[in-house]
Design a protein around this ligand. Structure first.
Ligand code: UDP
Length: 376
């Protein structure tokens, strides 16, 4: 099977640091190729992932454009997507397009005709962000959809759910051989890992840390700012995550009970998470895929959080972490998490969240989509 893997125009694959979708593509492609799938990558010119061929319009990632209002970046996605359509049509050897580009890009691909290969579109984001595009989505009979959790698919607009072929949980290379590694030495701190943004609920985390007296470390960017020094140099910003941080999080960052480190990159990130007694997920939104959850488990750190989004699918309550509907229960659950066996989380990650498991599941979906398309 030959797949055109469309990672979009924003960042190279693998990304240099931040890059959710590009990281997932970088994790998925090597084990897919080991399963015999040939991969043509549609990305930007600076991508270095080993594939059969690279298709690109933009020599470099267009990520900076994303900091501009959405209507001003509209040209980037169609230019990239049209190149994907052209590449598919210029050749007859593509069996399927696996697309990871947000809503506007999907509209372009939905225009593929009956003689073109089918598309599997993976949902990575908050589906309510572009209801005008997804709410009226018509796959044109050629586009199928998968989510990164069952919850995400269940809550998708009906127009998308009608084309859904299931879900595939996210994976992390850290899960490979996790069951063979020694569980880490634990420190006393709790970590919240991820972008600082209202959906991830850092404001709740910092208040609980002060009220109940536990040490909390926040790792992640605030909007485009990756370090406290970068952010301190900014006086005004119209970025909503900056406003959220300054109003609701920063007043609790005292450098002692609560610390904000900015973005922490591997391997320091992995040491920070492995040494934590728990990763806290005080979510306000329905987390769609939760890379940070599977990473924590792979590193032997239980996850304690609100039972929202994908969390109940990823965390085995009482074994690899604790989930609750009641935010006031979180501090007690953090205490309880210290008594869980980290080896259980590592075994779970090695069984469920490796790149090989994810690739095998995608290959199943590819076969299902190709079979459905050819039976039309
Ligand atoms: N991340 C990181 N350093 C940080 C904060 C986050 O490397 O300081 C990584 C995190 O480990 C994960 C990714 O960024 O791999 C975030 O993906 P996730 O699905 O957890 O959240 P998203 O930001 O996509 O909603």
């Amino acid at each position: 099977m030959k797949v055109l893997m469309n990672a979009g125009p924003w960042l190279p694959v693998p990304p240099d640091g931040y890059g959710g979708i590009e990281n997932i593509v970088a994790t998925l492609v090597p084990p897919l190729r080991e399963l015999g799938v040939e991969v043509v990558l549609a990305s930007v010119g600076t991508s270095t992932l080993a594939v059969e061929e690279l298709v690109s319009v933009f020599p470099e990632g267009q990520f900076r454009q994303l900091q501009r209002p959405y209507n001003q970046v509209n040209g980037v996605v169609p230019a990239h997507q049209h190149a994907v359509v052209r590449a598919v049509r210029e050749r007859s050897d593509i069996d399927l397009v696996h697309d990871h580009v947000e809503a506007a890009g999907l509209a372009t691909l939905a225009a593929l005709g009956p003689d073109d290969p089918p598309v599997l579109h993976t949902l990575h984001w908050d589906l309510l962000k572009h209801p005008e595009l997804y709410g009226t989505f018509d796959g044109g009979g050629r586009v199928w959809v998968n989510g990164v959790s069952a919850d995400q698919v269940a809550r998708a607009p009906e127009a998308l759910r009608a084309h859904a072929v299931g879900h595939v949980h996210l994976a992390t290379p850290l899960a490979e051989g996790a069951d063979q590694r020694r569980p880490p030495e634990k420190g006393g701190h709790v970590v919240i890992l991820g972008r600082i943004t209202p959906g991830k609920g850092q404001d709740l985390g910092v208040r609980l840390a002060h009220r109940y007296g536990f040490d909390l470390v926040l790792a992640g960017p605030v909007g485009p700012y990756h370090s406290p020094a970068d952010l301190a140099a900014v006086s005004t910003s119209d970025n909503p995550d900056v406003a959220y941080f300054r109003e609701r999080v920063e007043p609790y960052v005292d450098g002692w009970r609560v610390r904000w480190l900015g973005t922490v990159r591997p391997p320091a990130r992995d040491d920070l998470v492995a040494g934590a007694r728990a990763v806290l997920a005080p979510l306000r939104w329905s987390e769609p895929g939760g890379t940070f959850v599977v990473e924590a488990l792979a590193l032997g750190t239980p996850v304690v959080g609100l039972a929202k989004g994908c969390l109940p699918e990823l965390v085995d309550h009482g074994r690899t972490g604790f989930l609750t509907e009641d935010e006031e229960e979180l501090p007690d659950l953090l205490e309880a998490a210290a008594k869980l066996d980290p080896a259980e989380s590592m075994r779970e990650a090695a069984a469920r969240f490796t790149p090989a498991v994810m690739a095998a599941r995608y290959l199943e979906l590819y076969r299902q989509v190709v079979a459905s398309a050819s039976s039309d």
